[in-house]
Design a protein around this ligand. Structure first.
Ligand code: HEM
Length: 134
């Protein structure tokens, strides 16, 4: 598997653990105030990152491109900033609002870069390697 796909899966599972942690905290405390942080951690962190990982696993040539690695760093930075700042904002710390706004724009740039990688021509969905006849 390409290194970038592995990196995406490893990052995704960390957000999965944190996202479930927030979900359990809400369920146990019966206080769902931070529902937005839970949902974004799971969907931008776990689900979307795992999908990026699947895409790069199927397109190893694209995973080797520098722009793909840049896309990983930008998107991940956005989610890393968004989840805690959104959590704190929902808990009532309104000083976090500019950080939430900035991080959502960073995530959006990451998604636009992914679209750029996806639509660019260098595509190789690897076909199964032919096996010698016995
Ligand atoms: C053990 C795992 C999980 C627990 C304990 C948990 C817990 C919760 C709780 C307590 C709520 C608030 C419900 C409400 O106030 O209506 C919630 C909402 C939500 N959860 Fe989870 N969750 C878990 C896993 C996940 C996963 C894996 C995802 C996505 C991949 C997810 C996505 C969402 C979304 C989108 C909402 C908002 C739903 C709405 O507003 O109607 N959750 N979760």
């Amino acid at each position: 598997m390409p290194r970038l796909a592995e990196l995406y899966f490893k990052t995704a599972v960390i957000f999965f653990i944190i996202g479930i942690g927030i979900g359990l905290k809400m369920a146990i405390s019966e206080d769902h105030t931070v529902i937005g942080a839970h949902a974004h951690c799971n969907l931008l962190g776990w689900v979307s990152m795992a999908l990026f990982g699947v895409y790069y696993a199927l397109n190893p040539a694209k995973a080797e491109r520098r722009i793909a690695m840049i896309q990983y760093y930008i998107y991940t930075a956005g989610v890393v900033i968004m989840v805690p700042s959104l959590y704190m904002m929902l808990e009532g710390n309104m000083a976090m609002e500019p950080l939430v706004a900035a991080s959502s724009l960073i995530v959006f740039v990451g998604v636009l870069l992914f679209a750029f990688v996806l639509f660019s021509s260098k595509s190789t969905i690897s076909a199964p390697t032919p096996q010698p006849m016995r």
